[in-house]
Design a protein around this ligand. Structure first.
Ligand code: ADE
Ligand code: ZN
Length: 496
């Protein structure tokens, strides 16, 4: 609240004081400025742009519409004014001992501050509620989020190949959801576990889900075959081999330890098996992979704390924590204290929110859990202020199109809102969630959602770029993969 009030004061001060200069120029005319511009050998007519910088932009600042771009215009106006009229005073002090350009300096840097901060949510800010809400996002966020080169059009057929060939990161994959029915039966036999399904076909037949819970019931039953470190290794190694075929350069893998420790499996059995698979895949397949420990939200806060305590000696083998399982009725704030502890331990934080649950769950994942990414998040579309927050803070969404289709979040893939999320400037990514259950790995998610919603090569580039940007790897690794991405697109276009 006081933050918003501070921004409002700053915006109104800049707008009103600058507008007074504009009004003076309206009544005296812009001839002086036109002449000054012409004296530099430039078209004098450019001098009339002063009305944009000192009348139009201040009016936008006062009403709070397109606040950040308007402030940027004032910044440009002030830089031009200093270059044209005040360069001689740049290093001088005035009569009273202050900087000779303190007035210009105040205008310039106040405008820079407003451009950085935005207008502040307020009944006075049109931009906080109207369809122009996006304009409150820093303009350079849009520049930064745009592909670094112009992506030429690619035919629909070639686009499908490009989607498969482009390097990408997978940031939302539950390793237990990569257990194919064949491996479930092989592990059941190896470990003497009996399953309530007669055959692989019988199990596959049960994969007809109506919502998240109908899937989770079968998913936890499937995970019951995992007992020994080698089982966790085999599962993760199989996923990583499959992901490498889809040109996944980096995967951040979720695992649900509480579903295993509840059956008497030790935390170290789970983590050591998964970690060894990641290490081997890196040296044998060249794929990078890290682990994210997820707390089950249908269990208690105490159970989550217990899981964290068990994982404490193994924290060097995980990069972060997440929150998954049954969303409705289990709002994120239930785990605020656990996530605060994880934050203090230096762990990255993500949470499933807005898969089936309301936008309020996304707000509380951000504010109560302080997560850095939202898993799914597709329900954000119903809340304009939330969309603005996600765009402005560039909070990535790890979207899973086939999962959303199979769990009836959207009636059909053609109704999926991935394209709208991207076009609204959000840092969306494509992922597989539980590929063994939802009909496809990451490339299937890309190709099917692109075919269903007619997205373009530019969207493809943006999604792959976002996946690296949103990952928890070093900036150096991000740049290497982004460079490879650009090379792949250039190669494709050359041969188009
Ligand atoms: N889609 C999903 N949502 C919540 N929890 C999950 N665990 C595995 N898949 C999940
Ligand atoms: Zn998930």
């Amino acid at each position: 609240m006081s933050n918003d009030l501070g921004k409002l004061v700053l915006r109104l001060t800049l707008g009103i004081l600058m507008l007074l200069h504009g009004i003076a120029k309206l009544s005296a005319g812009a001839d002086g400025i036109v002449g000054m511009v012409a004296s530099y050998g430039l078209p004098g007519v450019l001098g009339y742009l002063v009305y944009v910088g000192e009348v139009l932009a201040p009016l936008l600042l006062i009403v709070g519409l397109w606040t950040r771009p308007a402030a940027l215009v004032v910044v440009i106006n002030m830089v031009v004014a200093i270059l044209l009229a005040h360069m001689g005073q740049l290093g001088q002090l005035g009569k009273s001992g202050g900087w000779a350009l303190e007035l210009q300096g105040f205008f310039l840097f106040t405008a820079v501050a407003v451009a950085l901060l935005g207008g502040g949510g307020s009944a006075w800010a049109v931009g906080s509620t109207d369809p122009f809400a996006r304009s409150n996002t820093a303009p350079w966020h849009y520049l930064w989020s745009l592909p670094m080169f112009k992506v030429p059009p690619v035919t629909a057929e070639r686009l499908q190949l490009l989607l498969r060939a482009m390097p990408k990161a997978e940031l939302h994959i539950h390793i237990e959801g990569s257990l194919e029915p064949e491996l479930i039966f092989a592990l059941a036999q190896r470990n003497g576990v009996s399953l309530p399904y007669a055959s692989v076909e019988d199990l596959r037949h049960a994969y007809a889900f109506t919502n998240l819970q109908s899937f989770l019931d079968i998913y936890y039953a499937g995970a019951s075959v995992l007992l020994h470190e080698q089982d966790f290794y085999d599962m993760a190694r199989a996923y990583l081999a499959r992901a490498a075929m889809d040109n996944v350069a980096h995967a951040e893998i979720f695992f649900d330890p509480q579903t295993h420790t509840a059956r008497g499996v030790a935390m170290e059995t789970v983590i050591n098996g998964l970690h060894r698979a990641c290490a081997d895949a890196r040296s044998e397949l060249g794929i990078s992979a890290t682990l994210i420990l997820c707390f089950l939200r249908h269990l208690s806060e105490a159970s989550a704390f217990e899981a964290l305590e068990q994982a404490q000696p193994l924290l060097d083998k995980i990069v972060g924590v997440g929150l998954d399982s049954s969303e409705l009725g289990h709002p994120p704030e239930k785990f605020a204290r656990v996530f605060a502890r994880c934050r203090a331990l230096g762990l990255h934080r993500v949470a499933h929110a807005g898969e089936e649950g309301p936008p309020a769950y996304i707000w509380s994942a951000l504010d109560a859990l302080k997560v850095e990414r939202i898993d799914h998040g597709v329900q954000a579309m119903h809340d304009a202020a939330l969309m603005q927050r996600l765009a402005q803070d560039r909070i990535p969404l790890t979207v899973c199109p086939l999962s959303n289709q199979k769990l009836c979040v959207f009636p059909d893939l053609k109704n999926h809102n991935l394209r709208q999320l991207l076009d609204a400037g959000l840092c969306a990514t494509v992922n597989s969630d539980d590929p063994a259950y939802f009909g496809g790995y990451i490339n299937e998610n890309f190709t099917q959602v692109f075919a269903a919603t007619a997205m373009t090569a530019r969207h493809a580039y943006q999604l792959a770029f976002n996946s690296f940007e949103a990952s928890f790897v070093s900036n150096a690794d991000k740049r290497v993969w982004e460079h490879r991405l650009k090379e792949t697109f250039e190669r494709f276009v050359e041969h188009d």
